[in-house]
Design a protein around this ligand. Structure first.
Ligand code: FAD
Length: 460
């Protein structure tokens, strides 16, 4: 093994947590190296956030074409065909642009790049591909996550796919069973339904995307069912039988679903390969970190999906930044996730920040709820997107905003306003002093805030 070099900071993993940490550490004056075993950009850019949104857009385009005649635009929608190879090519082009952008940013910030598997040895050095040693004052382990597998008979069939496989598929399956109706399953299910698959979501809990506010989950269920997807809840898969041309997915040992392919989307687990010979404190396979993103081993930080706190790219970005600052300048910056939104990119989109109604009721004795339906929003009506609602939860005494839940057009964009409101601790009465542009989807947020104080003008 040859000794390659000495660095102030070595980062393992070039996903959102790792590449941001490397760039930030370099910007703070550190000498930095980054080790990546696959493609820079990690899960998010290569097989997560970005490619899924490229697919989703295709589904949206098809939906618009189908609905066009209701608006007086006559197109023969029976002629729609999906050329999956072209779909892939387009998606791969977008991914390439972004991942090469990440590499360019690393290089322009003077970060040394090592391609290979990085592992930490007993001396707290990083060993790359078992052949090169790089020494580091501090290590940032940002190995991210991979799809979980469950142990059910038949799961090894090549017709049972992970989200990575489904994103590389060469033809649209006629029937797609989605095992696990969480964020990834519901999003990808809807994308493939848009592309023409008959989609059946099988979920173990009593509703899809369980962390969502009850009302929002119910509305999402109603809308996706109306669009033709089948949802089976409170269902446990007991066996998958590969029948040659089809899969039979057995539920609770009695019912079964027949499908061409199945997506297994039951969650993600940290990729701990980079831990190497160092033993960190872990909890259910997730690396334990403190508020500074430092692990139980001093000088080693673990931002992003590896710590399992909130497996989202924007959270990984911020954790990476915090880890880098603390690694370079000593622990001083802590992580705060109050204003981190969660988004489900379905159609319509779902977004939330803060507490659900159930959580708020458990924590506060006096809350108020404001609502506004997109059915009364001019922009949404003009765009045939008048589905869903905004729900704002506030503390009644001080007008503190506790949670905002949106299902409707541009929810993913609108939620950032709610994040800002919560981060800046802007109160309900202050929000409604703001003049919102008209017509905008965001006015629905304004009206929901006004509803809390019974001051909404546009609510019948
Ligand atoms: P990762 O992105 O997983 O990156 C880790 C990197 O480390 C990988 O490139 C890996 O190859 C590398 N690595 C691991 N171990 C080693 C090692 N030992 N040596 C060298 N390299 C190593 N989040 C959102 O916020 N919005 C979304 O819309 C969204 N959509 C998603 C859709 C799907 C289908 C999936 C699967 C995820 C989605 N996510 C989304 C989640 C998001 O992708 C992750 O939260 C994010 O990528 C985490 O960043 P990370 O840097 O911690 O890990």
């Amino acid at each position: 093994i040859r000794l390659e070099d000495n660095y102030n900071v070595v980062v393992i993993g070039g996903g959102p947590a790792g590449y941001v940490a490397a760039i930030k550490a370099a910007q703070l004056g550190a000498r930095v190296a980054i080790v990546e075993k696959g493609e820079f950009g990690g899960t998010c850019l290569n097989v997560g956030c970005i490619p899924t949104k490229a697919y989703l857009k295709n589904a949206e385009i098809i939906e618009h074409i189908r609905e066009a005649s209701t608006r007086g635009i006559l197109i023969d929608s029976s002629q729609i065909k999906v050329d999956m190879e072209k779909v892939q090519e387009y998606k791969n082009g977008v991914v390439k642009k972004l991942t090469s952008g990440v590499v360019a940013l690393l290089k322009s910030n003077g970060v040394d790049i090592y391609q290979g598997v990085g592992k930490i040895n007993k001396n707290k050095d990083v060993v790359v591909n078992d052949s090169q040693i790089i020494k580091a004052d501090k290590i940032i382990l940002a190995g991210g996550s991979k799809a979980s597998r469950i142990n059910i008979p038949g799961i090894e069939s090549d017709k049972v796919l992970t989200s990575d496989d489904l994103l590389a598929i060469k033809e649209v399956p006629e029937t797609l069973a989605v095992i696990g109706g969480g964020v990834i399953g519901t999003e990808m299910g809807q994308s493939f339904a848009g592309l023409g698959s008959k989609v059946i979501i099988i979920e173990m809990m009593d509703r899809i995307v369980p962390p969502l506010d009850h009302e929002v989950s119910a509305e999402l269920t109603r809308i996706v069912k109306k669009k033709g997807m089948t949802i089976i809840t409170s269902a446990r898969i007991t066996e998958i039988v590969d029948k040659g041309d089809k899969l039979e997915i057995k539920i609770d040992g009695k019912d079964s679903v027949i499908a061409d392919k199945a997506l297994i989307s039951i969650g993600r687990v940290p990729d701990l390969e980079g831990m190497g010979e160092v033993k960190f404190e872990t909890e259910r396979g997730k690396i334990k970190v403190d508020k500074y993103m430092e692990t139980s081993v001093k000088g080693i930080y673990a931002p992003g999906d590896v710590n399992g706190i909130k497996m989202l790219a924007h959270v990984a970005f911020r954790m990476g930044e915090v880890a880098a600052e603390n690694a370079v300048k000593g622990n001083h910056r802590s992580i705060k996730l109050l204003s981190a939104p969660s988004v489900v990119y379905t159609s319509p989109e779902v977004a939330m920040v803060g507490l659900t109604e159930e959580e708020a009721r458990a924590k506060y004795d006096d809350i108020r709820i404001g609502r506004f339906n997109f059915a009364a929003n001019g922009r949404a009506l003009a765009s045939s997107e008048a589905h869903g609602f905004v729900k704002v939860i506030a503390d009644n005494r001080y007008g503190e905003v506790l949670g905002v839940h949106i299902i409707g057009p541009s929810a993913a964009e609108i939620i950032t306003q709610a994040s800002l409101i919560m981060e800046m601790e802007i109160t309900v009465d202050e929000v409604i002093k703001t003049i919102y542009g008209h017509p905008t989807y965001s006015e629905a947020l304004f009206e929901a805030f006004a509803d809390i104080l019974d001051e909404a003008v546009h609510i019948p």
